[in-house]
Write a protein that binds this ligand. Structure first.
Ligand code: KIV
Length: 271
C-alpha cells in the first residue's frame, strides 16, 4: 500500500481536501514562539493566534481589551516558529465591526506585519461587508459563530448558544452566507452538537468545533486549557491531556528548595 503523502505546509486547499477525505483537522491556540515550536513539531494542523491571549497571556477577564498591535506581536512570534502549520490570527474587537475600510486596513496590517496566513472574525450577517472586503484583497478569512466572546456583554454569559430555534436558524443562515462570501473555514463555539453537525454537513468548507460535539470536521481548544495549566476553567467540553499546573508548580518548588538549600548549582553546573 502506498504511504499517505504528508503535506509540507497546511494551506486552505489542504484543509478543504481534508474535509473531502474525511480527515479531521487539529487546531490549537498559540501565542508565543516556544509553544508554537512544540505545537508545530507535533503536527497540529492549524495554530490559532486567538484573542484569548487577552485572557490567557494578559490576565484580562474578557477578550475585548487586546489591541491590534498586541495581536500582531503574538502572531509574529508564532509565525517565526512554524514550518508546517497554518497560522490563523484573530482580528481583535473593534478592528473590523461596523467599518469595512477599517476592517481591511486591520487585516492588511496583520498579514503584512505578522506574516500570518489568514484572519479569523466573529459574527455573521452583521460583519458581511467587512468579510467581503477583506476577501476581495486576497486574504483568507475563517469565520466564527455560536458563542462569540467579543460579544460577551451582549450575551451576558458564556453559556451554550443557539439552543432556541430562532438563534439556531440565524446561525445556519449566517454559516451559509459566510460560505457564499468565500470564507475558507468556520469555527463553531459552544452550540448543541446536533446543530453543529447539521452545519458541517451543509457546508463544503471545513467546520471546526469547540464545545460543538464530534460531528464537525475538526476541533480546537485553548492550548493552556488542554495542558491543564489553568485550574479555574473546567467547561464540560474541555479534555485535559496533562496536569501541567501541578507538574510546573512542583518543578518551581523543587527549584526554590534547591536554591535555598544551596544544592543548586552543584560542582558540575558551574564554570
Ligand atoms: O481566541 C480563541 O482562542 C478562539 C478559540 C476559542 C476558537 O477564538
Amino acid at each position: 500500500m502506498a504511504a499517505k503523502k504528508e503535506p509540507k505546509k497546511i494551506t486552505t486547499q489542504v484543509l478543504f481536501d481534508m474535509k473531502q477525505n474525511g480527515e479531521k483537522i487539529s487546531m490549537l491556540t498559540a501565542y508565543d514562539y516556544t509553544m508554537a515550536r512544540i505545537l508545530d513539531a507535533a503536527k497540529i494542523d492549524v495554530l490559532l493566534v486567538g484573542d484569548s491571549a487577552s485572557n490567557v497571556m494578559a490576565g484580562h477577564e474578557t477578550t475585548l481589551p487586546i489591541t491590534l498591535d498586541q495581536m500582531i506581536y503574538h502572531a509574529q512570534s508564532v509565525v517565526r516558529a512554524v514550518d508546517r502549520a497554518m497560522v490563523v490570527v484573530d482580528m481583535p474587537f473593534g478592528t473590523y465591526q461596523g467599518n469595512s475600510k477599517k476592517a481591511l486596513e486591520s487585516a492588511i496590517r496583520i498579514m503584512k506585519e505578522s506574516g500570518g496566513h489568514a484572519v479569523k472574525m466573529e459574527g455573521g450577517e452583521e460583519i458581511a461587508e467587512s468579510v467581503e472586503r477583506i476577501l476581495s484583497a486576497g486574504i483568507p478569512v475563517m469565520g466564527h459563530l455560536g458563542l462569540t466572546p467579543q460579544s460577551i456583554y451582549k450575551f451576558g454569559t458564556y453559556t451554550v448558544r443557539a439552543r432556541e430555534k430562532a438563534e439556531a436558524e440565524k446561525l445556519l443562515r449566517d454559516a451559509e452566507l459566510l460560505e457564499r462570501l468565500g470564507i475558507f473555514a468556520l469555527v463553531l463555539e459552544k452550540i448543541p452538537a446536533a446543530l453543529a453537525t447539521q452545519v458541517a454537513q451543509k457546508l463544503k468548507i471545513p467546520v471546526i468545533g469547540i464545545g460543538a460535539g464530534s460531528g464537525v470536521d475538526g476541533q480546537v481548544l485553548v492550548t493552556q486549557d488542554m495542558l491543564g495549566m489553568n485550574k479555574d476553567f473546567s467547561p464540560r467540553f474541555l479534555r485535559r491531556y496533562a496536569d501541567l499546573y501541578t507538574e510546573m508548580k512542583t518543578a518551581f518548588e523543587r527549584y526554590r528548595d534547591d536554591v535555598k538549600s544551596g544544592d543548586f548549582p552543584n560542582a558540575s553546573e558551574q564554570y
